[in-house]
Design a protein around this ligand. Structure first.
Ligand code: AGP
Length: 598
């Protein structure tokens, strides 16, 4: 998983490439590099480390055509040698790549026998040597011939000395073209293009591209030219910036209410007119996802059973693909904010192969999942740069409620009045999230309870069990504190043995929920083991307050929708702990935003 940027035009290419790569660093940041046509020859600079390291090493370059890359290692450890781009033996061609070349060992043996000299441990390097072998003066043709020999997934961009042309190709890895005036761009993601243009062309699987300052030509796998109308992206460059916040994550947490609001635009039409799921007579539903998106799916299961009365099962995308699938469900919903998660894409293909109707819930228009499913429901969270899912997670919850309400209304479980009332409560949730954000100073204060902890437990019941799994995931991924989420009723079946005064427990108990009393009992069990309890509950709840060392209060809320305000409190909690620990919040170690390997 990596970020690719390409430019050919009238600006200094090195500046455009570095600027674009900055926006793509969320895709990987263990090394970075650029190659450009400089006085007719190729100049290449690449370095292990984050983009700043590359920037520090870059001389002033005047070239106007070039390609760049920010890497997340999959084959070959992070190092200068393994950083992209890679040059052909004669130094006339350079390429960058995102994806995996599965048959690289076989190809490498053959190419080495033919006399090609390799400089890295990567799978990618075979591509440039193949390209060199096929090059007879037409770079795009050489690319087409190279692709015939490659097995795997890729987005590739290549440049040639003495030329203004960039040639690119894609298979199962994102690639988008930005259109300018006497300049054109190429990137893994539109966020890298927004400082220059909002007019884009999405490259589809199997296509190759030839890009120069004066034009872009797209070809299908048979070599026939493809005509495609550009799309206009409504995100602004500013949307993709930090906007005055110290970290993208904090900015994105604060964008939660707006993201919820935008995702709910047109919700009534969607539900009444069946704009998604025109058919709703499903006997059962399966939800499939990874990581945070899986936690959203877990909330979705409760929502589906509550609003639609439809038995719902869950599967991790990485498991679904290999499951026997004996009793397949008629509707499979795949949840992925990026739309590029390899496991979820594979699950989508498998679900279709099994004959299921597939619906994707994603935040990224034009992402790969949208072409792998029967229907798409977009969340409208806007770009999320921080690796930790925050606002996109909230909008996934909203999408889960919408789908459940749609199916419940369609199958007669919800009357028109109850459907409208559920929607109106859902709309209120954006205000509730805002009210949590208005009190972040108290969350910041409460978060000090976790400062010296080596381990933390997060407990909840029912629809807030997944919320607490997500709270634990947020804390561990950005603060590196070991955190575990549990269904509160499970503590006494084992985990209680680990509790003592050094292990804080974060517990949610929402007054009005049918599990509230049981939660209080579970919290008492925890307090009796001397564990400091940080409670999350509705304001004025003195029963909960008495059991806790500290409490984060949210406005009274219908229990079924409480995951929304509770989640945002947990996101802020994790953020403040990580900030005091000086962690790399937007780019936690060993992680990347979009996981395009299985
Ligand atoms: C959590 O903060 C992560 N970003 C991660 O668990 C993420 O939810 C997972 O990798 C799935 O990503 P997706 O939604 O883009 O498919």
């Amino acid at each position: 998983m990596c970020g690719i940027m390409g430019y050919s035009g009238h600006r200094r290419a090195s500046e455009v490439l570095v600027e674009g790569l900055k926006r793509l660093e969320y895709r990987g940041y263990d090394s970075a590099g650029v190659a450009m046509v400089e006085n007719g020859r190729l100049a290449m600079v690449k370095r292990q480390g984050e983009l700043d390291v590359l920037q520090g090493a870059l001389p002033r370059l005047e070239g106007r055509t070039g390609i760049g890359h920010t890497r997340w290692a999959t084959c070959g450890r992070p190092s200068d040698r393994n950083a992209h781009p890679f040059l052909s033996c004669d130094g006339k061609l350079a390429i960058v790549h995102n994806g995996i070349i599965e048959n690289h060992s076989t190809l490498r043996k053959r190419l080495e026998a033919e006399g090609h000299h390799f400089t890295s441990e990567t799978d990618t390097e075979v591509v440039v040597h193949l390209l060199e072998g096929h090059f007879r003066g037409d770079l795009r043709q050489a690319m087409a011939d190279t692709l015939k020999e490659i097995k795997g997934t890729y987005a590739i961009a290549a440049v040639l000395e003495g030329s203004e042309e960039i040639v690119a190709a894609r298979k199962e890895n994102p690639l988008v073209i930005g259109l300018g005036v006497q300049e054109n761009f190429l990137a893994s993601d539109v966020t890298a293009l927004l400082s220059y243009t909002n007019k884009v062309l999405y490259v589809m699987d199997g296509e190759t591209v030839s890009l120069t300052p004066n034009g872009v030509a797209i070809f299908d796998s048979e070599g026939a030219q493809v005509k495609r109308e550009p799309s206009l992206v409504s995100w602004s460059a500013e949307d993709a910036q930090k906007g005055g916040f110290e970290h993208f994550m904090l900015k994105e947490i604060f964008e939660g209410p707006n993201a919820i609001h935008n995702t709910l635009l047109g919700a009534l039409d969607l539900i009444e007119n069946g704009e998604v799921l025109p058919r709703t007579d499903f006997q059962s539903v399966k939800l499939v996802a990874c990581g945070s998106s899986y936690h959203a799916a877990m909330v979705g299961k409760y929502a589906m059973e509550e609003f639609a009365g439809v038995p719902t099962t869950l599967e991790l995308a990485s498991e679904y693909r290999y499951s026997p699938g004996a009793r397949e469900t008629p509707l499979v919903i795949l949840i992925t904010q990026s739309g590029e998660t390899a496991d979820t894409l594979a699950a989508a293909r498998e679900a279709r192969r099994r004959g299921c109707h597939t619906l994707a819930v994603t935040n990224v228009v034009g992402s790969t999942i949208t072409r792998e499913v029967d229907e798409v429901l977009y969340t409208r969270a806007g770009p999320e740069i921080g690796v930790a899912a925050t606002k996109t997670f909230l909008t996934q919850l909203v999408a889960m409620y919408l789908v459940a309400i749609r199916i419940g209304y369609g199958n007669g479980t919800l009357s028109h009045a109850s459907m409208r009332s559920a929607l109106s409560s859902l709309r209120q949730s954006s205000n509730m999230v805002q009210s949590v954000l208005n009190r972040t100073h108290s969350i910041e204060e409460a978060s000090r309870m976790l400062d010296r902890a080596g381990h933390c437990f997060f407990i909840g019941r029912n629809i807030n069990y997944p919320t607490m799994l997500e709270g634990a995931l947020k804390l561990k991924e950005i603060s590196y504190i070991h955190a575990e989420g549990f269904a509160a009723g499970e503590l006494k079946h084992g985990p209680l043995a680990l509790l003592d005064a050094t292990t804080p427990v974060i517990a949610v108990a929402i007054k009005g929920d049918h599990t509230y009393e049981k939660m209080l009992a579970n919290i008492s069990e925890v307090a009796a083991r001397d564990s400091p309890v940080l409670g999350i509950g509705v304001e004025g709840d003195t029963d909960l307050g008495r059991l806790c060392e500290r409490m984060i209060a949210i406005q009274p809320v219908e229990p079924v929708f409480s995951p929304l305000p509770v989640t945002v409190a947990l996101q802020a909690l994790a953020y403040y702990v990580a900030r005091r620990r000086g962690c790399s919040i937007d780019k936690p170690k060993n992680l990347a935003k979009s996981v395009t390997v299985e």
